[in-house]
Design a protein around this ligand. Structure first.
Ligand SMILES: CC(C)(COP(=O)(O)OP(=O)(O)OC[C@H]1O[C@@H](n2cnc3c(N)ncnc32)[C@H](O)[C@@H]1OP(=O)(O)O)[C@@H](O)C(=O)NCCC(=O)NCCS
Length: 178
């Protein structure tokens, strides 16, 4: 497995990552608390309109976002992207915009590794916190909580409006490390 920064023309290759996942439980935020409910999805791949998000990912790249991939031979199998624009009050937070590990490569530490690398870059760039608008599936939320992320006490209004069903999390880059 080789890890390296993505070239601009490789950003759209994120949609080549195998997105298969069977989801059995979904988290909801109810009265400020996480509530796990049975809900079944057999995801056979990316949603049909996923590629519509490519311009957003390219904007992140062009603004100086950190875009990094893991390659198995020449195949992109995992990606992490960190925004460059500071958000929050105070503006000390960088958004972890994208983190995906392909089917067949999960649960072997790659997500943890990419998260730690993004956290190191965020610290180097002067951030105190990372913000994550997380897919509400049980597996994903357990992953982030296990790394020390917590519910955002003040979700970013713009990001909440974009993904109202996501679970909005924060990670303290100096106290949250596990
Ligand atoms: C969520 C995701 C990034 C995690 O990456 P991963 O490579 O599968 O996770 P890792 O193997 O690095 O797991 C890291 C830690 O989380 C823990 N973990 C993973 N899945 C877990 C689960 N279902 N319940 C509890 N802990 C879990 C692992 O035990 C591990 O802890 P450890 O290092 O102490 O053993 C990956 O599964 C993924 O891309 N899923 C689909 C897409 C997605 O949801 N992306 C995030 C969008 S916000």
């Amino acid at each position: 497995m080789i890890g390296r920064a993505l070239q601009r023309n490789e950003v759209a290759s994120v949609w080549d990552i195998d997105r298969r996942e069977v989801i059995d439980n979904i988290y909801y935020l109810v009265d400020g608390k996480l509530d796990l409910r049975p809900e079944h999805y057999d995801m056979r791949g990316w949603p049909p309109n996923a590629a519509e998000s490519t311009p957003m990912l390219l904007d992140c790249y062009d603004r100086g976002g950190w875009c990094y991939g893991l390659f198995d031979a020449s195949r992109l199998v995992a990606v992490v992207m960190l925004e460059s624009k500071f958000i929050g009050k105070p503006a000390d937070m960088l958004q972890l915009l994208f983190l995906h590990v392909g089917y067949g490569y999960r649960d072997r530490g790659l997500g943890r590794q990419l998260f730690a690398q993004a956290a190191a870059v965020a610290r180097e760039r002067g951030a105190r916190r990372m913000y994550i608008s997380a897919t509400p599936s049980e597996h994903t939320i357990h992953f982030y909580l296990g790394l020390g992320c917590v519910l955002s006490p003040a979700p970013e209004p713009e990001l909440l409006a974009l993904e109202p069903n996501d679970i909005h999390l924060e990670y303290d880059l100096y106290e949250g490390s596990r």
